[in-house]
Design a protein around this ligand. Structure first.
Ligand code: ARG
Length: 411
């Protein structure tokens, strides 16, 4: 029986050529699998037909939009996930859900191998392959661009020679990956890290320097999940989509960084994530009101680790799952409303309202109605500062006290 290979298919030049390229190199039948994670753009039915026209024996489209929003984007939101304090893990969270559907397709069609179109220099190859082996250790992986020397020039030559129904002349200078959580743009002139991104780099956001009138939005959360916008009930997917539109119009969520890849390369990355950045800003503020102080502190450590694991392709790893359980537990009281003004590239929180918060007006107020016992502060400070006081006394006794004159006479 002919071996079968499931290919992660995007509809672009590389993966279209990969169908025939893999067949020629291995003799296997290729099943193309496209996964909808809210990337927009071309109609997926058109993409499915193109895969068949390029020689796939089967072509399969999985609608993973709600699944991606509910289980992947919302997990990233609850973790306030920002790799290197900046990047909302846009591509990193899509690879595991895409892989899940590739593995499902492999089981359904009896394939032995899964193929993807990544190069050997990026994070995505790692994410796909580690996810594949985590879900189905028996499956093999190949990456035609990396393992079967499918370069761009060869792809163009192959597509023209075989008359494949795919545009080979329209060369996009950027490498783009997009889904509902955001959009990643790299390569081309962005590789000179002094170059400012030009207008054509962006598509989810308008120029924040020329914003329309300010847009006020109220986002309602239940247990760390957005459930309504301006009082209208929304699914997670709808919440992200609506905020992509509204925050995108204000130019919110543009990110331009030099990033540390897992494979050791520093690379220049431009992102647009208007919905994700707005939701993270709102969620973070609601956590400030609802999480207990020590829990909030420890959660930051957990979230950083979670974010690094996810970036590094360990979505299905045991540690990541254990951290998920911690994060889920912290969200018990993260319910309430956050009001924000979206304007000129910024999402600014202007109000919070919650029934499950820990903010107590009577403890906080400096006006009438104060219930805080200021008298007890004194004893607290005596004991809290005791260890430092003892150590300082010892320093003084041994002539090592703080030099109070240090810095004096500085020019
Ligand atoms: N550097 C980002 C990451 O590793 C984005 C990669 C996106 N891929 C692309 N072909 N532009 O998560």
């Amino acid at each position: 029986m002919t071996e079968k290979i499931v290919l992660a298919y995007s509809g672009g030049l590389d993966t279209s050529v990969a169908i025939g390229w893999i067949h020629d190199a291995t003799g296997a039948d290729v099943i193309a699998c496209a996964v909808d994670v809210g990337q927009g753009g071309e109609d997926l039915e058109v993409i499915r037909q193109r895969a068949l026209d390029c020689g796939a024996v089967e072509a399969y489209v999985a609608d993973a939009r709600d699944e991606f929003a509910d289980e992947y984007c919302m997990a990233a939101l609850q973790a306030n996930s920002l790799y290197m304090d900046a990047y909302p893990n846009v591509s990193a969270i899509s690879r595991p859900v895409i892989t899940k559907h590739l593995v499902k397709a492999a089981k359904k069609f009896g394939a032995t191998t899964v193929a993807h179109g990544c190069t050997g220099k990026g994070n995505d190859q790692v994410r796909f392959e580690v996810s594949i082996t985590s879900l189905a250790p028996e499956l093999k992986c190949i990456a035609p661009v990396r393992d079967l020397a499918l370069t761009r020039d060869k792809a163009i030559e192959y597509a023209e020679r075989k008359g494949l129904p795919i545009e080979t002349t329209k060369h996009n200078p950027f490498s783009i990956d997009q889904n509902v959580w955001g959009r990643a743009i790299e390569t081309g002139f962005l590789e000179d890290i002094w170059n400012e991104p030009t207008k054509d780099v962006f598509s989810y956001t308008d120029d924040p320097a020329f914003p329309p009138v300010a847009d006020e939005v109220v986002i309602s959360f239940e247990r760390g999940i957005p459930v309504a916008i301006d009082g209208r009930k929304v699914s997670a997917l709808e919440a992200i989509q609506e905020l992509n539109r509204r925050a995108g119009a204000q130019g919110i969520g543009r990110i331009d960084i030099v990033e540390d890849r897992l494979v050791g390369i520093k690379s220049r990355e431009v992102y647009e994530a208007p919905g994700a950045m707005t939701l993270i800003t709102a969620h973070q503020e609601l956590e400030r009101v609802t999480l207990e102080r020590e829990q909030a502190r420890f959660k930051r450590t957990v979230s950083d680790r979670w974010t690094d694991l996810v970036y590094d392709g360990q979505w299905f790893s045991p540690l990541k799952k254990s951290l998920d359980a911690f994060i889920a537990d912290t969200q018990r009281y993260v319910s309430g409303d956050i009001r924000m003004t979206l304007h000129g590239g910024r999402a600014t929180v202007t109000g919070r309202r919650t029934e499950t918060g820990l903010y107590d007006f009577h403890l906080a107020t400096y006006d009438e109605g104060d219930t805080f016992d200021q008298g007890s502060a004194r004893g607290f400070i005596d004991i809290y500062g005791l260890a430092a006081k003892q150590a300082a006394a010892r320093d003084v006794a041994f002539g090592n006290g703080e030099d109070l004159d240090a810095g004096e006479g500085r020019a």
